[in-house]
Write a protein that binds this ligand. Structure first.
Ligand SMILES: Cc1cc2nc3c(=O)[nH]c(=O)nc-3n(C[C@H](O)[C@H](O)[C@H](O)COP(=O)(O)OP(=O)(O)OC[C@H]3O[C@@H](n4cnc5c(N)ncnc54)[C@H](O)[C@@H]3O)c2cc1C
Length: 512
């Protein structure tokens, strides 16, 4: 075996997976067919970061950089030609205030090439590096590993034997095609669409996402791209083949806005844009995994593609780490597909419906984004790794399989500590709530794989270093009483009564 994992593709999915593998000490290589990292000429693409993805970026230690380089979404402004109509109903992106359990409540804009820069920088800090100009050409797998052929820019072919192949190579990559998996796809909108990043002079304000839904020839949207002087353009066409030339885009903006003063002065990027959806029948094919767009393709409405890709990678990373570094059974890797495929299918259904509404048939429908798109409510309840032994719990108390919310506590010396501080870093976290001491763990889990804390009300006796004080009862309201284990990807794996033996049985599945 040359290395344990080959990550094919360094988009959001590949980079998040690589960061997670690197910090776990898993041996891997990450390659990308592109000759160099994507820049502003590659398009702003998946720029809408959903709250759940922001939590993952917090856990990876890059949230400050993501905040610094990005910005909030602007409210939408509807137009009828040159006449402003007020707030557009569709695609209104609400800004919410942070709460103790949801510190990042609103979608955040960061242009995809910049997000990839941040992830590559983090990967470098973990000791990893993307090999650009290196394409996965072919692969075959057997019971013991995957034999891959890499094509280098100088024409050299390199054969590589790995334990696992992670296909993070996007919608048109080779891994899905080469794995022979069934892929059900559908055209959601037969009308051609384009997207472009353009600089426009003439006074269009940068405080709104401007929408001409009823423009002659088709809808046109112009959204200001944060920390640039450019707008992202989306345009829909009846049937004609869209012209992506500079002059055509300049005409398009003037004609559809009916504002002759608007002048496109630069086109940074322009592309046709297909409204297709698709889902692979399996996300695990032996030693090959499909991650992100390689596993599912989303139509543009809803801003879910990149976010789902990041979550896939985060679900897979710790499982590969446990199997390769801690002797967990191979069956743990089956749970990647068992957990992520239903989530991806559900999200696709929701996004496809949203896109169909946007096709003009339901313009006056009430705002469809009711929070589902934020991905905070997605859960693995009833899934193969979710074990809840507590019976009935109070209203609003999280159950095994749910996302593990944040809460504001203090340590024994009174310094503020968020639960996310305790979770951060990719380990398992055990919380003993309601007064009991955390159970003593033995075996591999007890040798540092799990960090344990006692969470107690203010004034409780016997507070040690691993005690968190829940002065306002936030953690208690969210998690109830008993013992819970938060998985490395921030979901409740186990929940049981104080001192339950079940926690050991649950941990054995991840620690062998
Ligand atoms: C205009 C536009 C707007 C979008 N807006 C949003 C949004 O707001 N929110 C959102 O969540 N999503 C959005 N998306 C979708 C988002 O961009 C994708 O879902 C996301 O990029 C998927 O990430 P990925 O890592 O799975 O794949 P990709 O980003 O496609 O990355 C795949 C990588 O694999 C490399 N590769 C391909 N083949 C090979 C090979 N054989 N060997 C080695 N490397 C290979 C490619 O060069 C590429 O770097 C948008 C997409 C577009 C086009």
């Amino acid at each position: 075996m040359n290395t344990d994992v080959l990550v094919a593709g360094a988009g959001p999915a590949g980079l998040v997976l690589a960061c997670d593998l690197a910090r776990r000490g898993v041996a891997f290589r990450i390659v990308d067919a592109l000759p160099a990292p994507p820049d502003h000429r590659s398009g702003s693409r998946g720029k809408g970061i959903q709250p759940r993805t922001l939590e993952i970026y917090d856990d990876l230690g890059i949230i400050d950089r993501v905040h610094g380089l990005g910005g909030p979404y602007s409210p939408a402004q509807a137009w009828d030609g040159p006449k402003p109509l007020g707030a557009a109903k569709f695609h209104r992106i609400e800004r919410r205030d942070p709460t103790p359990d949801v510190p990042y409540p609103s979608m955040w804009m960061l242009l995809q090439p910049r997000a990839l820069d941040v992830l590559r920088a983090r990967l470098a800090e973990f000791g990893g590096k993307v090999e650009f100009g290196t394409k996965l050409a072919t692969f075959t797998q057997d019971a013991d590993g995957v034999s891959c052929m890499l094509a280098h820019p100088d024409g050299r072919q390199e054969s590589l034997r790995v334990g696992y192949l992670a296909g993070c190579d996007g919608a048109r990559g080779v891994v899905r095609a080469g794995s022979g998996v069934e892929f059900a796809s559908e055209t959601i909108d037969p009308h051609p669409m384009i997207t472009a990043d353009v600089v426009i002079e003439g006074g269009l304000d940068r405080e709104h996402w401007h929408m001409w839904d009823n423009a002659k020839g088709g809808a046109l949207w112009l959204g200001p791209l944060v920390h640039t002087n450019a707008f992202q353009l989306y345009a829909k066409f009846e049937n004609e083949e869209p012209d992506l030339s500079f002059e055509a885009l300049r005409r398009l903006v003037r004609d559809r806005t009916e504002k002759p003063e608007l002048n496109v002065t630069e086109v940074l990027y322009a592309s046709h844009f297909g409204s297709r959806s698709g889902l692979a029948k399996h996300f695990r094919i032996g030693r090959v995994f499909l991650v992100g767009d390689a596993a599912h393709v989303h139509p543009p409405a809803g801003g879910q593609g990149m976010n789902t890709a990041v979550q896939d990678a985060y679900n897979l990373g710790w499982k590969l780490g446990q199997v390769l570094r801690h002797g967990a059974p191979d069956a743990l890797l089956d749970t990647y597909q068992e957990e992520r495929l239903p989530v991806a299918a559900h999200l696709l259904e929701f996004v496809v419906q949203m896109h169909k509404d946007w096709l003009g048939k339901a313009k006056d429908k009430e705002e469809p984004r009711k929070g589902e798109h934020m991905q905070l409510g997605l859960n693995y309840r009833g899934g193969p790794l979710s074990c809840d032994e507590r019976g009935a719990v109070g209203e609003g108390v999280t159950r095994a399989g749910d996302r593990a919310p944040d809460a504001q506590l203090t340590d024994a010396r009174g310094a503020p500590v968020r639960l996310f501080d305790a979770f951060r870093g990719g380990h398992f976290t055990l919380l003993a709530l309601g007064g009991a001491a955390p159970p003593v763990l033995d075996g591999k889990a007890g040798r540092g794989g799990v960090r344990s804390y006692r969470v107690v009300p203010a004034g409780s006796p016997g507070m040690g270093d691993a005690t968190l004080i829940d002065a306002h009862g936030q953690a208690h309201r969210i998690y109830g009483d008993g013992v819970i284990v938060v998985r490395p990807d921030g979901y409740l794996g186990y929940a049981g009564p104080a001192g339950a033996a079940g926690v050991h049985d649950w941990l054995v599945r991840s620690f062998g």
